[in-house]
Write a protein of this length. Structure first.
Ligand code: OGA
Ligand code: MN
Length: 295
């Protein structure tokens, strides 16, 4: 994974409108307007940028939900319904809202929906997990509420050889039921457990675009296939702690208008709580692109 920034074609921003996010090999871009239809050339530039930088922060965007939907389609097929719909019965739209606003319309601290506050890769408990997630900042609290990212290709590369050998060929069981237990929030319903039975994926997966080995884990990962559960859990938590050392983590401080997209195949992320959650609103629009079976 390259941390250098490639020259940007004239259709992209000027070099002084980009900044690298070195902890995760990411890039911050201002000076492009994504509300307009993208030319072929700019789409190609975007795809190359995404391949080289698994987290992209676009500043100062103001996309309608419809436009965010269209823009997301640049990267592939948009994901369907989340298993959680069965709990909150929120009507599905492909551009949904991540927020701390309750059904009474008021902000609150999360007591039930806590999964986003633990390191994870989106929908890793699916047999075909997510490729990319995009969040667009709409209402941003004044203090806290960052989203943190860790690049698990960089983490894998930094592992010692003995650990690389040890995890080679191992598979982790990813489970919605277990994820809910580990997030200490609402438990999975029987219906959800039937719909999303545990799946297993390689712990060291190969990124299909770059060919790099990456750690594939997080809070949806429960244990190691074929190992005693506690032993596997300990290995997964150790690897996660290794991958999320402060030096490897970028914390995104949101501004209204930010559009942040990330590659779920080689990053893990989590939200940090914000201050005065029962007073301050945090609202983001979210879209997810479907990926492929990890190998
Ligand atoms: C997500 C997520 C984190 C945040 O939308 O997948 O994990 O900071 N969000 O809201
Ligand atoms: Mn997430």
């Amino acid at each position: 994974m390259s941390a250098t920034i490639e020259p940007i074609p004239r259709t992209g921003p000027r070099p002084d409108e980009t900044r690298s996010l070195p902890e995760i090999g990411g890039i911050e871009i201002s000076g492009v307007d994504l509300s307009e239809n993208l030319s072929r050339e700019r789409k190609d530039w975007l795809m190359r940028t995404f391949r080289a930088h698994p987290v992209i922060v676009f500043r100062d965007q103001h996309l309608s939900k419809e436009r965010q939907y269209e823009f997301t389609l640049t990267f592939g097929e948009i994901e369907g319904l989340h298993v959680n719909r069965l709990v909150d019965a929120v009507k599905y739209t492909p551009v949904h809202t991540v927020s701390n606003i309750g059904s009474d319309g008021k902000p609150s601290a999360p007591t039930r929906e806590r999964g986003n506050y633990y390191w994870h890769s989106d929908k890793s408990y699916h047999d075909v997990p997510s490729l990319l997630t995009m969040l667009h900042g709409v209402e941003i609290p004044s203090r806290g509420g960052e989203t943190q990212f860790a690049n698990t290709a960089m983490a894998y590369a930094a592992l010692d050889e003995a650990t690389k050998q040890r995890i080679s060929g191992l598979r982790a069981v990813h489970s919605w039921e277990r994820s809910r237990i580990q997030a200490r929030g609402l438990l999975a319903t029987e219906e959800q457990k039937r719909e999303r039975p545990p799946v297993d994926h390689p712990i060291a997966r190969t990124h299909p675009d770059t060919g790099a080995k990456v750690l594939y884990l997080g809070n949806h990962a429960s244990h190691v296939l074929g190992w005693p559960e506690e032993e596997g859990r300990a290995l997964l938590r150790w690897l996660e702690a290794f991958a999320t050392q402060p030096a490897f983590v970028y914390s995104h401080r949101w501004r209204p208008g930010d559009l942040v997209l990330w590659d779920n195949r080689c990053t893990i992320h989590r939200a940090l709580p914000h201050e005065d959650m029962d007073k301050e609103r945090r609202v983001l629009h979210r879209t997810v692109v479907k990926g492929t079976v990890p190998y």
